[in-house]
Design a protein. Sequence first.
Length: 133
Amino acid sequence: MTPSQYRPRVLFVDDDPAILRALSGALKLSCEVVACVDNGEQGIETAVKLMPDVIVIDLTMPEMDGLEVCRVVKTLLPEIDVIICTAQDTKPVKEAAFQAGASGFVAKSTALGALESVILRLGDKGAPRAIAM
């Protein structure tokens, strides 16, 4: 399968409905958006049920933050790539995301342009497993 044919199955987890709409809408041509959910627990349940290729998770959410969701998902479903997508674009936050098991990190300020690139690069199993943009 060539990169242009790869359509990863993506689950979005973010407590902001506008962000969910924007990201899922922007990526619907290159990705199969399997679900959009607004909290960490629902994100984990949906991941177990639907087995997406990639989960895009907001870092800051009430009750269960994105790092905890990432750790749980990587424990239960290590084959799923997790991308942390956050407004907190700092070196310590990136390091924490990768330590939690994230395969990618995208700043929300560049999300629409960078997220698609990171998702498709993760589909290339020869690409680096830790991608930050």
